[in-house]
Unconditional design. Structure first.
Length: 95
């Protein structure tokens, strides 16, 4: 808790595509570490395509708990890809 403010979520800045994931993988790994230390969930704001699934896999392989990872803006990712994310134990968010 920080003063009267209690954080409840870590926001990973987002990845527009798989190439973005390669250059920003450090952010996902850092978010996994922060989640481990704080117990907070992480939301990842990805664009359409494979980036959300790749980020979820990277988060989990970096020690993050799947149930603490949310792939935001998943409405453009397609049902099959969203099922793959959910099958990992992560969440998908539609907006």
């Amino acid at each position: 808790m920080i003063g009267d403010f209690r954080p409840w979520l870590i926001r990973e800045a987002g990845l527009a595509n798989t190439l973005g994931l390669l250059s920003r993988g450090a952010c996902v790994r850092a978010a996994a570490g922060a989640s481990q230390r704080t117990g907070l969930a992480v939301t990842c704001h990805t664009g359409g395509g494979p980036a959300g699934l790749a980020a979820a896999k990277l988060f989990i392989s970096s020690g993050g708990k799947p149930a603490r990872f949310i792939v935001a803006h998943a409405d453009g990712h397609g049902l099959e890809r969203n099922r793959e994310v959910a099958d990992l134990g992560a969440w998908v968010s539609f907006d």
